[in-house]
Design a binder for this molecule. Structure first.
Ligand SMILES: [Fe+2]
Length: 507
């Protein structure tokens, strides 16, 4: 392998395809677009409330070139950042790719060079950093950080979306990896984060760190994981940090043989690591165990009056990442997957590390849900309102009509949910019979400090028009949208995003 492809060694490279494969993750609405650009003023139906002033940033995997490997999963695509700026009742749109090393070198070579998801042994050339920066985008210390859990962040200019470069916090980052789901303390602006496989592929090392709002590292603790498993999301309370391990496990030999980074392990329990948030030693971590299942995204965590950790997350009894089967090739059919918003109550002082359904688990919402969000002003604290994507076929989705355009490769959700955790009641926003929803963000109502008082904003895929829309819902009247903002193009299914309020940036 050479570090840069040239005409003389081009013959040694794997054959580059000139079109995308006929797979669900590259078809219909999921066909890659490669679009970068700006729209000054977007068309609006209804009215955007005048008090909304800020930017919704989100990121989607959108491969720049067809892959040269077979059945590349949806989220191996290049990170493309969308910014929707909303002010004075109007919305504008801007979209740029993150100029990662991968993106830049592939653009130069005019073809794909990176191989399988998180397997460097399958690459056509040697990369220093393989990240696609395609999983989340957060605003921190005056910059946007585009995140994927296998590498440090890439920093971007929040106004222009121009890539500043690989971001190691001025050399303070000791880990080779950085989570795509950092948590923010609303009181201090502190960013609590970690990296796993932190010393390289297949290593059991977890590097936990806290970063002050000014970007200075406050603390680093190195931990050893009981198994080299995916830690996609985590949770933070005032005094504790919680690491849920997904039973998708990595094996170095498999990687070297060109296999997948992840393999579902039905024998592996659901490990829950618990660590004091401040001043911990590596030996302070406790690894609680629960029967094998799939922990999906976190909603929130806090401590109850008795000092227990209350941890709310999505829980699926099967392998939610069905595209990475077990050692025998077994994977559940996507339509059989059902993830429920579930509450674990864990006593961090307990010496008994076995968690049970009877003693530790409450299902908060029985619907098939994912992409949980809250009013971020209540992150790490006791809270009442949870927002999420829901899939309820009974709402009337016309699957026959939209089926040919759906594409796929990921679980689908057709509505937005709002759970009042105190009453147990759920309100639903259903955008229409030919629509699917992406992850929502919560926007506080200007001047209101009441939890959950504001708006939910979500990108919606319209399969009848084959274009994207932003739906804005007032949480005081959740059944309908106050505004639908139309895009003149189709945005593939994305992963995560965040609302950045102009008032918070001005602070
Ligand atoms: Fe995620």
């Amino acid at each position: 392998m050479s570090s840069t492809p040239s005409s003389s060694d081009a013959a040694a490279l794997p054959t580059a395809a000139s079109h995308y494969p006929a797979r669900p993750q590259f078809s219909g609405f999921m066909k890659p677009t490669g679009v970068e650009g700006d729209v000054g003023t977007l068309e609006v139906y209804g009215a955007i409330p005048a008090g909304i002033d800020g930017t919704f940033y989100r990121v989607m995997p959108d491969p720049q070139f067809p892959p040269f490997i077979d059945n590349d999963p949806w989220f191996n695509g290049d990170g493309s950042i969308s910014a929707f700026k909303i002010k004075d009742g109007r919305a504008s749109f801007k979209q740029r790719y993150v100029r990662t090393e991968k993106f830049t070198r592939e653009r130069e070579a005019k073809r794909a060079l990176l191989g399988k998801y998180r397997n460097k042994h399958t690459d056509a050339v040697e990369f220093k950093v393989r990240t696609t920066a395609n999983t989340n985008v957060v605003h921190f210390n005056g910059q946007l950080l585009a995140l994927k859990e296998d590498a440090p962040p890439y920093a971007l200019d929040p106004d222009t979306l121009e890539t500043i470069g690989l971001h190691t916090f001025d050399g303070q980052l000791p880990s080779m990896t950085f989570t795509a789901h950092p948590k923010f303390d609303p009181a201090t602006g502190e960013m609590v984060c970690f990296g796993y496989e932190a010393k390289g592929d297949g290593t059991p090392d977890i590097c936990y760190h806290r970063i002050g709002a000014d970007g200075k590292f406050l603390e680093t603790v190195w931990l050893i994981s009981p198994v080299v498993a995916m830690i996609h999301d985590f949770a933070v309370t005032e005094n504790w940090v919680v690491f849920p391990l997904i039973p998708q496990v990595c094996d170095l030999e498999r990687l070297k043989q060109g296999g997948e980074h992840w393999q579902w392990s039905p024998e592996t329990p659901f490990f829950v690591g618990v660590l004091p948030r401040v001043g911990a030693k590596p030996s302070d971590v406790k690894w609680f165990r629960y029967p094998n299942c799939f922990p999906s995204h976190s909603c929130n965590a806090f401590e109850d009056a008795a000092g227990n950790i209350v941890f709310d997350l999505g829980l699926c009894d099967k392998n939610l990442f069905f595209w990475w089967p077990d050692a025998k090739g077994n994977a559940p059919a996507p339509e059989t997957l059902h993830t429920k918003l579930t509450r674990f109550t864990i006593d961090p002082r307990s010496e008994d590390l076995e968690l049970t359904e009877a003693a530790n688990v409450t299902v908060l919402q029985t619907g098939n849900s994912e992409f949980y969000r809250l009013d971020d002003r209540f992150a790490t604290q006791s809270y009442r309102h949870a927002f999420f994507d829901l899939m309820d076929p009974a709402l009337g989705t016309d699957f026959r009509a939209i089926g040919p355009q759906l594409g796929g490769g990921y679980p689908l959700y057709n509505s937005l949910g709002h759970l009042d955790i105190v009453t147990g009641e759920t309100e639903v926003y259903y955008p229409g019979n030919t629509h699917m929803v992406q992850e929502p963000v919560f926007i506080p109502r200007r001047g209101s400090t009441v939890e959950g008082d504001g708006y939910l904003l979500a990108l919606v895929n319209n399969y009848a028009s084959m274009s994207s829309e932003l739906h804005l819902v007032d949480t005081k009247d959740f059944g309908k949208a106050v505004a639908v903002i139309m895009l003149p193009l189709r945005l593939r299914h994305g992963l995560h995003g965040n609302w950045v309020d102009a008032a918070d940036v001005a602070k």
